[in-house]
Design a protein around this ligand. Structure first.
Ligand code: PEP
Ligand code: MG
Length: 588
């Protein structure tokens, strides 16, 4: 039995499916003699495809950002063309009859060992570039998990060191039983993916990737972070029963999808969905969300082989608008950097990526991309799908008033260009994501220049507590139900109420029963969460009286430690909704 952090409720029983950076198909690790040459050809072809992709990226960077940019892609190309690299891989494929992905995996391990040994900054950067180039190449060789795998083994438990954004794109909508990762906390991408799809998940299980191999039987208890490797038959039977109960309860809750969301004393609430693409928008509709409160557009970029053009983006936004509940969508501009890197902007490695060149900061430095995205949204809002739709634009990681002013100028510029080009467009409300403490403390002045606010509590909590949201070692600090977080939230919600500006919260805490209850008590009326959680929160809302929630949060605000806040809220919410205990996740 192993322990980690339960981050997505429910239990799962299934075979392990280990995901490494390069996916090596477990049933195919040694080539027969007549397979070697075709495999080598496949590798050569993949090199050509990757180089083609790199050149396209470079061209795009040069024309849109500047002639001196895109050098990183040239470096990647030279690495892939390097005879020493080719001969290393050849030795693996031709010399040792290993499939290309296994060969690349071996080469990556060599690079990792070298990186560990060297202190030379130049060599380390070169090795980091080589690593990125190989990962890009491996994407052309083997898909992560296929529908065939799922058909053969049933839904499996994905086990990874870390689930990266591109893994999430690659896993698409395949049926997954559970997720276990070594790193990551409650708001890591693995956790967000899991909750988005209602998949039980545990993060922060040290050494699990080495302990488990493909096909091992696993039990994942996302409520308390327990993992059982090779369960005995009694354990397996007990957990399968729990799994059925969980699925049944979720099914029953989903039946209330057409009911309005209202507290027990008749106050209307709005439950919106967080999505990563068109399929999620459909899921949001199926789950009874009132609209989309957060479309994380970076997934459109992460899933694209190069960079989506303005036309492609506009088409995607039109589809998302059409598929979203009540045609209501808040589109967030690119929020890359931090833990979500993609190479197209030539991202250098930074010592403190979460405090560095990420999100809106990165957009400002690449105004051409930024403007393209803004134009694409305005055009989608002005299209036939946008007619009668409620489309909003949301900007992540706002820190200062100057940033808002710069954004407004950009949006004006985009609209003026479209007007001059006689392209259909519509202006839309502009909002800021409240994720940085500096913005929380100056919210009054920021509110004068935006139309609405969405609290990104995942980032707000990490910045407020100075505790990395992905680092399990500090997850005891990165907790939303803590005195400082509650106080900041109370302040911001009150400031918006006074200024009569709409406010919503789209971090993971919106879908956590205790946090949800506390937020209702603080006066919040709009929430955005994983589509899978909407039915549960709708059910909970119907059992909460606003007056009682207010009293609960008032008492919670008096408590001095996180543990006491958590225990108090657990006890109060359990009394309100005892049967939702199955959806509880134990505190870190
Ligand atoms: C947040 O920070 O709370 C948020 C919703 O954005 P993301 O998780 O994409 O950073
Ligand atoms: Mg964020």
């Amino acid at each position: 039995m192993r322990k980690g952090i339960g981050v997505s409720p429910g239990v799962a029983v299934g075979q392990a499916y280990c995901v490494d950076e390069v996916f090596v198909h477990p049933e195919h690790t040694h080539l027969a003699e007549d397979e070697v040459l075709p495999e080598w050809r496949r590798f050569e072809q993949a090199i050509e495809q990757t180089v083609g992709e790199l050149r396209a990226l470079q061209k795009k960077m040069r024309s849109q950002v500047g002639p001196d940019r895109g050098g990183v892609f040239q470096t990647h190309e030279s690495i892939l063309r390097d005879p020493a690299f080719i001969s290393r891989v050849r030795d693996q494929i031709v010399g040792r009859s290993r499939p290309a992905p296994a060969a690349l995996d071996a080469v990556l391990k060599e690079y990792a060992a070298l990186t560990e040994k060297t202190k030379d900054a130049f060599l380390r950067q070169r090795l980091a570039d080589a690593h990125d180039a190989v990962i890009r190449l491996s994407g052309h060789l083997s898909p992560l998990l296929t529908t065939g795998d799922v058909a053969r083994h049933g839904p499996m438990v994905v086990v990874a060191q870390e689930l990266l954004p591109w893994h999430i794109v690659a896993l698409g909508s395949l049926e997954i039983a559970g997720i276990v990762t070594q790193t990551g906390g409650e708001t890591s991408h693995a956790a967000i993916l899991a909750r988005r799809r209602g998949i039980p998940a545990v993060t922060g299980v040290r050494g699990i990737r080495k302990q488990v191999t493909n096909g091992d039987m696993l039990i994942v208890d996302g409520r308390n972070g327990t993992i059982i490797v090779h369960p005995d038959s009694e354990q397996e039977a007990a957990y399968r029963k729990l799994q059925r109960e969980f699925v049944d309860l979720r099914g029953r809750l989903a039946e209330n999808r057409d009911r309005p969301t209202r507290t027990a004393d008749g106050i209307d609430l709005e439950l919106m969905a967080n999505i990563n693409g068109v399929e999620d928008a459909q899921a949001a509709t199926a789950m009874g969300a009132a609209g989309v409160g957060l479309y994380r557009t970076e997934y459109l970029f992460l899933a694209h082989p190069s960079v989506p053009s303005e036309e492609e983006q506009c088409e995607n936004y039109r589809q998302v608008i059409a598929a979203s509940p009540n045609k209501r969508v808040t589109i967030r501009t690119l929020d890359l950097g931090g833990d979500k890197t993609i190479p197209f902007l030539g991202h250098d490695r930074e010592a403190n990526p979460f405090m560095g060149w990420r999100s809106i900061r990165l957009s400002f430095e690449h105004p051409e991309f930024f403007l393209e995205q803004i134009r694409a949204v305005l055009r989608a809002a002005g299209s036939s799908e946008g007619a009668g739709a409620d489309v909003k634009l949301l900007f992540p990681m706002i820190t200062t008033l100057e940033e808002i002013r710069k954004i407004r100028a950009m949006v004006r510029k985009g609209a003026n260009q479209l007007k001059a080009e006689k392209k259909a467009y519509r202006t839309v409300p502009l909002g800021l994501m409240l994720e940085v403490p500096a913005a929380a403390f100056t919210i009054d002045s920021l509110l004068r220049e935006v139309d609405f606010v969405s609290i990104g509590s995942n980032d707000l909590v990490q910045y407020l507590m100075a505790a990395d949201r992905d680092n399990p070692k500090v997850s005891h600090l990165c907790r939303p139900l803590s005195p400082p977080v509650l106080r900041v939230l109370a302040r911001v919600i009150e400031a918006c109420r006074r200024a009569r500006k709409p406010i919503s919260l789209c971090g993971e805490m919106a879908g956590e029963p205790r946090a949800f209850t506390a937020l209702v008590g603080l006066g919040l009326r709009s929430f955005s969460m994983s589509p899978a959680l909407v039915p549960t929160m709708k059910d909970l809302a119907a059992r909460v009286q606003y007056a009682e929630a207010k009293e609960i949060v008032r008492a919670a605000l008096e408590l001095k430690t996180t543990d006491r806040v958590q225990r108090y809220l657990t006890e109060r919410v359990r009394r309100l909704a005892p049967d939702l205990k199955l959806f509880e996740v134990a505190d870190a």
